[in-house]
Ligand binder design. Structure first.
Ligand code: 13P
Length: 248
């Protein structure tokens, strides 16, 4: 049985004070579960404070991005060592917003994934097709290229999580149907089986894109959907706790 993961990606939202308040509300509302794990990814400026606020809880801390070097003259970047120092257990890598607005490539994502693993951070690697790509019928080739690219040279999958986030479903309220999502999740697991063998059965593949407490149960019923990466609905305690409550 793969343990479900509900991860909240706060994106560029929340001051430190707002982040602490949200973290406290989540901590109060989630006392731990045998079925699943809960992760929150605040902005960099709030990581340390949220880490403190979450002490003694089962909620784990993630960053939304990192650079692929430990330290050096890379103005404006944050290293995996710094993320560990701030209390992070996980890091989101290759989110479509980073690919789109900050020109992240499959090679760059790959370098970050390898560096995160070497530093003891669990990467949540995001993949997903755009609306145009879906219409053109190239969803599997795009997602396949992103998965192969992100994991090139990775030896062990133990600490890797993949998040399938169709770009057209992000922040649009247009959630993929459970059948659409399952089709891609099953494809990804099949590809991982080809690349890594039996480890594919343990790999968690999260779905992201307009997940809410009202649609998560249908997604959770799918064989190859092992969690949710949540944007908008993770910014309010009710919305996020409502999703957590539906973990299968
Ligand atoms: P929304 O849940 O707001 O669609 O965002 C999804 C996402 O991008 C999570 O990383």
């Amino acid at each position: 049985m793969r343990k479900w993961i509900v991860a909240g990606n706060w994106k560029m939202h929340n001051t430190i004070a707002e982040s602490i308040a949200l973290a406290r509300a989540i901590k109060e509302g989630f006392s731990g579960s045998a079925n699943g794990e809960v992760v929150v990814a605040p902005p960099f400026t709030a990581l340390s404070a949220v880490g403190d606020a979450l002490k003694g809880s089962a909620v784990r801390l993630a960053a939304q991005n990192m650079y692929s070097e430990d330290k050096g003259a890379f103005t404006g970047e944050i290293s995996p060592v710094m993320l560990k120092d701030a209390g992070c257990a996980c890091v989101i890598i290759g989110h479509s917003e980073r690919r789109k607005f900050f020109s992240e490539t499959d090679d760059g994502v790959n370098a970050k994934v390898k560096k995160a693993l070497a530093a003891g951070l669990k990467p949540i690697v995001c993949v997903g097709e755009t609306d145009e790509e879906r219409v053109q019928g190239v969803t599997q080739s795009v997602v396949g290229r992103q998965v192969r690219g992100a994991l090139a040279g990775v030896e062990k999958l133990d600490d890797v999580v993949i998040a399938y986030e169709p770009v057209w479903a992000i922040g649009t309220g247009k959630v993929a149907t459970s059948a659409q999502a399952e089709e891609v999740h099953a494809f990804v697991r099949g590809l991982i089986r080809e690349l890594f063998g039996a480890a594919a059965e343990e790999l968690r593949i999260l779905y992201g894109g307009s997940v809410t407490k009202d649609n998560v149960a249908e997604l959770a019923a799918m064989e190859d959907i092992d969690g949710a990466l949540v944007g908008g609905a993770s910014l309010k305690p009710d919305g996020f706790l409502g999703i957590i409550a539906k973990m299968p």
